[in-house]
Design a protein around this ligand. Sequence first.
Ligand code: CUA
Length: 318
Amino acid sequence: MLNGIEGVSTASGSVNIAMYVVYGISIGVFSLVIGTMFYFAYKYSNKRYPRNKIKNIEHNTPLEVVWTIIPLILVMIMFYYGFSSLKALRTIPKNNMEVQVTGQMWSWKHKYPNGKITTDLYVPVGKNIKLDLTAPKNDVIHSYYIPAFRFKQDVVPGYTYYAWFNATKKGVYDIECAEYCGIGHSAMLAKVYVLSQADFDAWYNSDKKTPFSKKSNSKLTEHPGLTLIKNNGCTSCHSLGTNVLVGPGFKGIYGHKVKVKEGGTLKEVLVDDAYLKESIVEPNKKIVDGFSGGMMNSYKGVLSDDDIKVLIKYLKSL
Ligand code: CUA
């Protein structure tokens, strides 16, 4: 979770400096004000300072000039470092790889120039990555935040924004949603995997969904369907048990009959392969009674037919 806390993008250096400068000045001013306050409280305490010696000072021009000029200089220093770090974050280098990012309730989707789509982001180390960020028109405001790269960009539905980074260190870092966007907000997380150019190319030019699709020893015991569920953010809204989050829990649904609403009419359907597949590809067609539609976006193109088969196989086993 604290991976990359030191800042691991080319722009993070200037953001760090801006933070230290503002932090340093704040500590200095705070100490000065509080220190002076304690000193005066001691020196001019009622016990030590005779009342008849108190004078009412009306003006001190040199002092007033000093306490105007010094803060002005401090604010200009903060502005300088703030502005130069903002400039580093907003000036996008020409040679870049462009990734389309969509934020929707409650997951992120990354689409690469060659059409690959992933929920986590995979990038080569030391390359300029430009992000085009958007949210579907009927969605809500999200904010794409990678603390390790020191940038955060609000995403308002229907508009496109941009951000960029150049990661300087291989590793896995957090992607968060930094704008409260409803019940699944806290689960709207993803990872950015910064890979070596060779590892990235090997994946990018393969037909693997993710660079870790087929190896990863630690996941040997995990059902591939469960991996898909985790990687696609399904568990933000569906529990693997019977408890209800945003949508129904997955446990025990297969083979049972449920009441669903289709186009306003209530009907009963059997939860089988065909129904589950339909619900993944067209999630708003048949809504289970008691739930509201429009909460889930289609996974068409995100999950292949084979993925869906594996996923359903896993749901069957629950
Ligand atoms: Cu999306 Cu919070």
